[in-house]
Design a protein around this ligand. Structure first.
Ligand code: 3SL
Length: 232
């Protein structure tokens, strides 16, 4: 049986096997939700960068630049980190270069994976189907917040575990921690996530509709995969 693993924070990544695996990177609030919504709405490619300077340089190559630090749009950037920016009809057909506080860092730490795909509640069933078809072990990498575990990414890991568990066996207890957290909270997911540290941070910045949107299941059927440095 294939193995399923969950890395609850990028700071724990050295404890997990990456090579030869499908890596599902998740940052529910909001980086991977934006990536899903963007590719699902017609953005042609999204290039993730861990640092601001590399992202800014993509402007001269015809990319829109998107960026957030501590929840706020980076000054001078074209877009912030809202799924509604990525779904804006004015941006469809464009290429985006993006850097975020945690999500793009988690992608960078996952680069040794065989396949790196983007997971969010917005495409969770499509992700489950995608990984069912690959004969490979899976590692879900939660972006967390600055090295700490967060609730919303762990809940996604639990929800995905719930969907695929019969065909996979957990390689450590992290998938079980995530699964049972999800099962205990799934009937009131929004209420629980609103109480999380990052949702409270976003609400202080008057960003509330993004939180509700990022918790919707299966708005899209796309599964963005990182190939040659770009998500498509
Ligand atoms: O940390 C990240 O990658 C972001 O998704 C955080 S925020 O929701 O845009 O503040």
């Amino acid at each position: 049986m294939r193995g399923l693993d969950v890395c609850l924070s990028p700071n724990l990544i050295d404890l997990h096997e990456i090579e030869g695996r499908v890596i599902v990177v998740v940052d529910i609030l909001r980086a991977t939700s934006c990536m899903t919504a963007g590719i699902g709405s017609g953005i042609t490619e999204i290039k993730p960068f861990a640092d601001l300077d590399s992202c800014v340089k993509m402007k001269e190559h015809g990319y829109l630049i998107a960026g957030e630090r501590n929840g706020q749009k980076v000054e001078g950037f074209d877009l912030g980190n809202s799924p509604f920016d990525y779904m804006d009809p004015a941006n469809q057909g464009c290429k985006i270069a993006v850097t975020t506080t945690n999500g793009t860092q988690a992608i960078e730490k996952s680069l040794a994976g065989e396949h790196i795909i983007i997971g969010s509640f917005l495409n969770i069933s499509a992700v489950a189907n995608w990984i069912r078809k690959k004969d490979m072990d899976v590692l879900i990498v939660c972006a967390g917040w600055k090295g700490k575990v967060n609730l919303e990414d762990s809940l996604f890991a639990g929800a995905l575990t719930d969907m695929i568990m019969p065909e996979f066996s957990p390689v450590c207890d992290a998938p079980l921690v995530a699964l049972h957290s999800y099962l205990g909270m799934k009937d009131n997911l929004l209420e629980h996530v609103l109480d999380s540290s990052h949702a409270r941070r976003l609400r202080r910045l008057n960003i509330s509709e993004d939180i509700e949107y990022c918790l919707r299941f299966d708005e899209f059927t796309v599964v963005p995969e990182l190939v040659g440095g770009a998500l498509r």
